[in-house]
Ligand binder design. Sequence first.
Ligand code: MTE
Ligand code: MO
Length: 257
Amino acid sequence: MKENNGLLLPRRKLLGGMAASAGLALSGCDALNDSADFRSVLRSAERLNKASQRLIAGRGALAREYSQSEMSPAFPKNGTINPGTPEYLRHVSEGFANWRLRLDGMFARPMSLSLAQLMAMPAREQITRHDCVEGWSAIGKWRGPPLRLLLEAAQISSRARYIIFHCADDFGGTPYYESIDLIDAFHPQTILAWGMNGGMLPVGHGAPVRLRVERQLGYKHAKYVMLIEAAESLSGVGKGKGGYWEDEYDYEWYAGI
Ligand SMILES: Nc1nc2c(c(=O)[nH]1)N[C@H]1C(S)=C(S)[C@@H](COP(=O)(O)O)O[C@H]1N2
Ligand SMILES: [Mo]
């Protein structure tokens, strides 16, 4: 497997089911090889195959990356700029030494990681443009492990279809949450950033870790991530639309750019 190619795993996942059913159709049915029915099954499998490859090639394309000199002199802070709960404030005062990121749900090995452990993982650094629906954009530099590495370390179930990010901030009784599918979760530019613009991620931008999901709009980039959940469906979370803005304000769940 080529390194740094986030396309391989989701593709295998998507096509795995199809290959399995093609295998079933084949077993002990050699005579079928000649039948028109079987040929049409093969043809439609091929069509599906092409369609899913096209979809993934599009969704898997990299977001544009910028040079150091193109970075915005000031990067706005938006939404919550400090969760302000006693627990969060305690973590800030301890330099996040006792903070843990949990991975739970459809994982064979649910995990709990310290900030030091996250920082010891192989990291990707990327200078990208953040687009907020409120009408501003800014170019910043982000650093952190690809989400894919965490999902693989925790052995995500083959039945999982969504990754849900639960955040430390409360929006009037509703904790901020967001979700993405596995195509974005395994995308090479999808990282859990603990670094920003060459330093540690500041509180205003989501310390200690925030999601960067570079092919989507700003509200998908969950800050103050506490828990990463793998699930088969989004129906059990919040009001079921996959995110705070989706539930409360009818924003699109897939906010591709
Ligand atoms: N937990 C949490 N994540 C969040 C938000 C928030 O209010 N809380 N706001 C979102 C929105 S709308 C945007 S544009 C970006 C802003 O990130 P920034 O503060 O680093 O600019 O974070 C997103 N992630
Ligand atoms: Mo935003």
